[in-house]
Design a binder for this molecule. Structure first.
Ligand SMILES: [Zn+2]
Length: 424
């Protein structure tokens, strides 16, 4: 007898869809096989696709409060003229409610875990735990060349990790230095040292724009990845977002150091950052995960959009329709995220965390039934996600969020948005 049983579904197992059953006990998958299983709660339907839930591997969830505020602007102007000004007005309470709205949206798109780099992270952790969402969290630090500021930032980052790492078996806390252009090499060295001392990972933006690459070259005489390599920053516990402006040797450095990369296609297009060399990085053996980035540069928390766009971009970049196949893209959106952050999940496999999305294969967008993986990557919008299980708990059933009051959350964020209307 399992806590939750899933029978007759088409399950994504080891890279292919098979008719199988899944049994969940506590927080984990305890059975995957051909036999029908019994559970306190059962989902028995041949019309469901059973897939590992998605992992949004890079975002700033509470930026949902700024969604649509600043559009059609280049990254530097977008940050300096709009986003950073608005963020100065962002209170703890705003981050709390904004994150909750973001999580509700992510649930509706089958996302069970998000990696977030932002401010007021205590509130992000509280929101995630209250909704039952898994999260990798870090306080976004930047010393901006000021040693005293760096000391304070590192203190906040460390305090957050000590308070929240492993909370409720849902939170993984890491360090989040913002980027090489907002953090000095001296500061990044200190972060690396602290991460070693505490045994936690690091999440950082790297090589997002050509401007960043040139700026770092001007300041330090080498490119961002070489700079990080030279100061001993890179390792298998480092996850870098974007990684667009890389040369061959930098790709080789990332591979050698077992660094994971998070590709954020919508954000990269929207802010005209560029198209990452995902196909080459994957072929080199680099673990590439997928992320939405913040809602101000996306504007959705929808991994279905990211999967489709990631696939299409690689096709056009390499002039090959088979540049990246649907199954590879599905893995990027699921197990590669878990692998990046060292979490045992992302696969329908005994002993893995029970983070599972059940998707309506009879939805109009999914007909006819030639291939579930092609339907998920190229046809689905996310509206097809029916039920979501996170850490062995059903957090959404029949598209209704069970762990919080969705209408209240929407009202709160509407109210919060009023103060951002006058940002100039
Ligand atoms: Zn970002």
């Amino acid at each position: 007898m399992f806590d939750i049983a899933i029978n007759d579904a088409l399950c994504f197992i080891n890279g292919e869809f098979l008719r199988a059953s899944v049994g969940i006990k506590g927080e984990k998958i305890a059975y995957v096989g051909k036999e029908n299983v019994k559970g306190d709660v059962e989902f028995n339907s041949p019309d469901l696709l059973c897939v590992p839930a998605f992992f949004n591997a890079h975002t700033h969830a509470a930026m949902i409060t700024l969604r649509g505020l600043a559009e059609d602007m280049q990254l530097k102007d977008w940050l300096e003229k709009k986003i950073w000004k608005a963020e100065r007005k962002l209170s703890e309470d705003d981050v709390y409610w904004g994150t909750k709205l973001a999580i509700v949206e992510m649930f509706k798109r089958g996302i069970a875990c998000f990696s977030d780099l932002y401010i007021h992270m205590d509130k992000v952790a509280e929101a995630a735990i209250e909704l039952g969402m898994r999260a990798v969290l870090c306080y976004g630090m930047a010393d901006r060349g000021n040693e005293e500021r760096g000391r304070k930032e590192l203190e906040i980052g460390e305090k957050f990790i000590k308070e929240w790492n492993n909370a409720e078996n849902l939170i993984k806390a890491v360090f989040g230095p913002h980027a090489p252009y907002t953090c000095t090499p001296e500061f990044l060295r200190k972060v690396r040292g602290k991460a070693n001392e505490l045994g936690v990972g690091i999440h950082i933006h790297v090589a997002e724009t050509e401007w960043e690459r040139e700026e770092i070259k001007k300041k330090y005489g080498r490119t961002p990845v070489r700079l990080l390599e030279d100061i001993g920053f890179l390792g298998e516990d480092v996850v870098i977002a974007h990684a667009i402006w890389l040369d061959d040797e930098e790709i080789e450095i990332l591979r050698r150091r077992n660094v994971s990369v998070v590709h954020c296609p919508t954000s990269n297009l929207k802010l005209v950052a560029g198209i990452a060399r995902v196909k080459e990085m994957s072929e080199a053996g680099i673990n590439v995960a997928l992320g939405t980035d913040g809602a101000a540069s996306n504007n959705s928390y929808n991994m279905f959009f990211e999967m489709k766009l990631a696939s299409l971009l690689q096709k056009i970049k390499y002039g090959r329709a088979d540049a990246m196949r649907a199954v590879e893209i599905l893995k990027m959106a699921t197990e590669n995220g878990y692998r990046a952050y060292g979490i045992k999940g992302g696969r329908l496999e005994e002993g893995h965390l029970a983070d599972i999305a059940l998707i309506n294969y009879k939805a109009v967008s999914m007909i006819p039934h030639y291939s579930p993986e092609n339907a998920l990557v190229y046809s689905a919008s996310g509206d097809e996600v029916e039920h979501l299980i996170v850490n062995g708990t059903i957090v959404m059933e029949d598209r209704e969020v069970l762990t919080d009051d969705e209408e209240k959350i929407k009202r709160k964020v509407e109210k919060i948005s009023e103060k951002f209307r006058e940002v100039e």
